[in-house]
Design a protein around this ligand. Sequence first.
Ligand code: GRF
Length: 195
Amino acid sequence: MIRLAIFASGTGSNAQKIIQYFEESDDVEISLIVSNKANAGVLNFAEHYDIPSMIIDRQFFYHTKQIVFELNHQSIDYIILAGFLWLIPSYLVKAFANKIINIHPALLPKYGGKGMYGLHVHDAVKKAGENKSGITIHYVNESYDDGAIIFQTSCEIYPEDLPTDIQKKVQILEHKYYPEIIEKIVLGEVKKRST
Ligand code: GRF
């Protein structure tokens, strides 16, 4: 079994899709949910699907390296970020080199970086008058939204679309593609391409 830990701060709709996708898998298991918020929606899914969960605080995450011990102890192979808003510290990037995957709700390298999350992203895309947006699945390095891109796909934006409309279109792509691309990556079917 390839064991995945999902890190999420929010609602966890992507986490839910990933959990459901791998529920019957013979190869891949969601073994741990990590959140930095005690009231994150994702923790309800963890409970519902009987997946162990862990709540972390800044002190633990940034000033100790204990999470590496914890992840190794639980034989975690990959870390999947699904709406996890904290920057991944360098020690963790190194400990899980090319084993941390993120999804960003825009076509990187545009509309990424610090503060570019949730509706902020779609507001910026709308303001720039883009006629398409989409998703980017990428490896995680020490900077926000900056690691090598693994997969992108796009959707059209019409002039009348509000940022919330763009968000809905992008979310459909996230839910459809993130689980299957994760599967391909962890099964070694996707090769890293340079950005
Ligand atoms: C998604 O838009 C994802 O691309 C981004 O954070 C959001 C998480 O949403 N990284 P949810 O909590 O999975 O609904």
